[in-house]
Design a protein around this ligand. Sequence first.
Ligand code: GDP
Ligand code: MG
Length: 112
Amino acid sequence: MISIALAGKPNSGKSTFFKAATMAEVEIANYPFTTIDANHGIAHLRIECSCQELNISGCKSCFDGVRFVPVELIDVAGLVPDAHKGRGLGNEFLGHLSRAHAIIHVVETLLE
Ligand SMILES: Nc1nc2c(ncn2[C@@H]2O[C@H](COP(=O)(O)OP(=O)(O)O)[C@@H](O)[C@H]2O)c(=O)[nH]1
Ligand SMILES: [Mg+2]
């Protein structure tokens, strides 16, 4: 399964985005390092199923032509200056980022 890690400064809304995308219960608060241990969850990417283009009826891989592709989302602690030197949670959370297939940089979550 594709894994995608959420990176960004503390308080940028990573856990808020993670919760909205995975519906997992995670701690969200207005102070840095609310997230210490990484949260793992499954989100679903909605794509048009190829059965539509190929005109295949009775496809069991989608709902009405929409396929829900599971992706693993990983919500990690905030990125702080000098993390690569071990500051903050240092290399531990950088390890989560380096093991993911892709990284989403959360700059700001705007739910309103
Ligand atoms: N006003 C507003 N506050 C937000 C939004 N997204 C997150 N927050 C708040 O910002 C704070 C930090 O959010 P959190 O998701 O824990 O950030 P993280 O440290 O990046 O995981 C919390 O108090 C959230 O309720 C948003 O879109 N609008
Ligand atoms: Mg967080």
